[in-house]
Design a protein around this ligand. Structure first.
Ligand code: DGJ
Length: 748
């Protein structure tokens, strides 16, 4: 069935239709439920995707409520019967399940929106006015629900963008008013969801440098659980906005109901999870209103960022694949394209390099067999040379001592060697020891009367200021204008915002929002002029990745922690929300694992190297060169295929992760030993997923270290066997990392 016929079939149960309403009557301390008949108009607004439904209902009091979020029902008319089936008690406000809970009127729980009107009045009521659903692209519909305050000239439109085939929704709100004066938005969430069930389990993440994406899963108790950040930039350093809620019991990979959500915002966010008096879960997510009461002028529109969410009735694996498919198709820059393998110099040289060294590294890039050389931090600054992380940030001119002939000569060398060239920048930041700081102290975020507070010896530039936006844009624009061959940018960000204060903003509480919007303006301009050049979203590790930023970036840097053992866990957790094509994984000298293990782990994404190639033994070099050739044969499947998390490293001695292409013909399975106790090995077969049971597949071990005796012969097994019984990759202490290529035998 086509999307339009489904989504446009909004059901109206007009006044001719009688409906049952429950009237709760409070007498002598007892709640007595009476079933009555009323004749007001009620409206059901279903937002449908291929498998799921989010259903809203307008109450007789014109309140828009969320009555259903889950697997789509077979008959659309049944949604009008849903609410009567819940007998969990009384909601004295009548709007626990509001689709966008206002504050200061009848509501008594956590609001989605809270305002102070131009006349100082803090109350808000939002009544249904109208709604529409339209098809905005093939497979994408947009539902808008207009709400108005009956007393004040204040209006909110709720938007639900449904990606039908991917089962993904984006939801946001647009707020405006025509009051005489400014309205202060005290809180302005993107979305307000309502889940009805018996109990709810939250999986959330916390982190720190080199310890990003640390998971925790726990049952939600009554009251409000908040996931948020107030860091300003690089939100993930504390907590990412990605979360999941299982209904009833924690979902597993293949079983259980689970909702995944993430706020599309690269700054302070807040997610309130409130278990209400009816034991239902209210989820309110959006920009963090911390220190961010927003002054809204009359007729100005405030569009919140979107909350992205997907629901799966068949476990976490399916939810991840839904989100990953959506991300590749609709969000990540060039998500359906290819990626460049590279050699980065950060781990090998840090700030210590010069022209001669870089030319050697270009040569090593060629020798290794990757596509691109990526020059990292340390190439700029003259009065304050960037020879360590204390100076130079902000002065984006080539350092004359290290690069007397500029970057151009390095690029020429790269062109001669037949490799591409990319460069590192960190344009949002400034070291106090820099010319930029001396010239434009007013561009720096800091409290005028307090001592400066640094992270990594640096401060953040005030991107809410259009002049700073121009400057930041010009850094990238100048590089591209001077060096049109530039083929890659690594965009770093290594400080949070301390002492938040903007010299530009008249209203300080508009700053945090202004910063992120300013950053997006810069990225918009870069992408308008340079639409395709790959850019890595980096932030002193994985402290910044979200689906607003990934519109402009081809990949992100999950962590500075490249110890492959740690990476198995980190990449595992990221994979719940992000596809492998976006995960920049570099082979480095971190960790104690053998080179093969390090390379195999980095292959589960966008492969890169950050090692001293000239220090590799001949066999190690040969292994890397061969691995790059092997990677070429499986990269399409890793980047664009469906991912299956087969064996969980948190619970087992081994980890297994599988990728399978959409034709179910080509796959690859990565297996690792993650615990080294006596007898640790793959004792059980690993059951594959996503195969065609009727096909025969060749299983072949690839990426063997030169000279290693193969423990596995090539075998042909049926899809049925591989999924029901499985296959033992023979992971042992002697074979800690095993990569299996799967090929449909019918494919020539
Ligand atoms: C932090 C990044 O995560 C590293 O990869 C490297 O680029 C350094 N910054 C450079 O300062």
């Amino acid at each position: 069935m086509c999307v339009s016929s489904q989504v446009l079939s909004t059901m109206r149960i007009k006044s001719a239709v009688l409906y049952l309403s429950k009237i709760w009557y409070l007498a002598t301390g007892l709640l007595i439920s009476l079933t009555g008949v009323a004749s007001a108009q009620t409206e059901i607004i279903p937002v449908l995707t291929r498998q799921n439904a989010v259903v809203l209902q307008v109450t007789p009091a014109k309140q828009v409520t969320m009555i259903y979020l889950g697997k789509k029902l077979a008959r659309e008319q049944d949604y009008s019967l849903v609410q009567a089936q819940y007998k969990k008690g009384s909601d004295i406000s009548g709007i626990f399940n509001s689709a966008y809970t206002p504050s200061g009127s009848r509501n008594l729980v956590e609001p989605a929106i809270s305002v102070t009107h131009a006349d100082g009045n803090p109350s808000l009521n939002l009544e249904y006015v109208s709604h529409y659903t339209k098809q905005i692209d093939n497979g994408i519909s947009l539902t808008g629900i207009i709400l108005k305050d009956p007393v004040y000239a204040f209006e909110v439109t709720l938007f639900y963008k449904a990606y039908y085939n991917e089962d993904v929704l984006e939801q946001w709100a647009v707020i405006k008013h025509r009051e005489k004066g400014k309205v202060i938005l005290q809180k302005y969430a993107s979305a307000n969801l309502y889940l009805q069930g018996s109990n709810f389990w939250l999986k959330q993440y916390h982190g720190n440098w080199a310890r990003e994406m640390q998971p925790e899963e726990a049952q939600l108790t009554h009251g409000i659980k908040v996931i948020d950040t107030k860091l300003g930039t690089r939100a993930n350093l504390y907590e990412p906005s990605a979360f999941m809620v299982s209904v009833g019991k924690p979902a597993t990979e293949d079983e259980g109901q689970v909702l995944y959500g993430a706020v599309e915002w690269s700054g302070n966010f807040k997610i309130d999870l409130e278990l209400d008096a009816l034991d239902n879960l209210r989820v309110i997510a959006g920009i963090n209103n911390y220190a961010s009461a927003y002054e809204l002028k009359a007729a100005e529109e405030f569009a919140t960022p979107a909350l992205l969410y997907t629901f799966s009735a068949t476990g976490k694996g399916n939810a991840s694949r839904q989100l990953q498919r959506w991300a590749r198709k609709y969000r990540i820059l060039d998500g359906q394209g290819s990626r460049l393998t590279l050699l980065n110099n950060w781990e090998a040289t840090k700030f210590n390099f010069d022209e001669t060294k870089l030319k050697e590294l270009i040569h090593d890039t060629k020798k290794l067999g990757v596509d691109l050389f990526l020059l990292d931090d340390g190439w700029f600054g003259n009065q304050y040379p960037r020879n360590n992380d204390k100076t130079g940030l902000g002065d984006w001119q080539e350092n004359k001592q290290k690069l007397p002939n500029g970057i151009g000569t390095i690029i020429q060398q790269a062109t001669r060697e037949g490799v591409k060239f990319g460069i590192w920048v960190e344009p949002e930041m400034v070291n106090p020891k820099s010319q930029l700081y001396s010239r434009h102290p007013d561009w720096v975020v800091k409290q005028p009367q307090r001592p400066e507070q640094y992270q990594r010896n640096q401060l953040v530039l005030d991107l809410s200021n259009p002049k700073v936006q121009d400057f930041v844009f010009s850094i990238v624009d100048t590089l591209f204008s001077k060096y049109p061959q530039l083929a890659y940018i690594k965009w770093d960000c290594n400080a949070v915002i301390f002492n938040a204060y903007s010299n530009y903003q008249k209203q300080q509480s508009n700053f945090y929002v202004g910063y992120v919007r300013g950053l997006y303006r810069v990225w918009e301009r870069i992408r308008a002029k340079y639409p395709k050049v790959p850019m890595m979203l980096c932030s002193g590790g994985g402290a910044r990745v979200d689906y607003a930023a990934l519109k402009y970036f081809t990949e992100f840097w999950p962590s500075d922690n490249t110890d492959p053992l740690e990476r198995i866990f980190l990449q595992w957790e990221y994979s719940y929300f992000y596809p492998a094509i976006a995960s920049a994984n570099h082979v480095t000298d971190w960790g104690k694992q053998p080179l093969k293990y390090r390379v195999d782990v980095a292959m589960m994404g966008k492969l890169g190297f950050d090692i001293a190639v000239n220090k590799l033994s001949a066999t190690d070099l040969k292994f890397c060169q061969d691995a790059l050739l092997a990677y070429k044969t499986v990269q399409h499947t890793i980047w664009h295929g469906d991912q299956y998390r087969l064996v969980d490293p948190w619970e087992n001695n081994i980890a297994s992760v599988m990728y399978m292409d959409s034709t179910r013909s080509n796959g690859v399975v990565f297996n690792y030993l993650v615990r080294n106790r006596y007898g640790s090995a793959s004792q059980l077969p690993v059951r594959f997923k996503g195969l065609d049971a009727t096909k025969s597949y060749r299983i072949q071990e690839i990426n063997l270290y030169p000279g290693a005796k193969p423990a596995l012969k090539d075998q042909i097994l049926s899809g049925d066997f591989l999924m029901e019984v499985g296959f033992n990759p023979i992971v042992t202490v002697a074979r800690t990392s095993v990569v299996l290529k799967i090929t449909d035998t019918a494919v020539k």
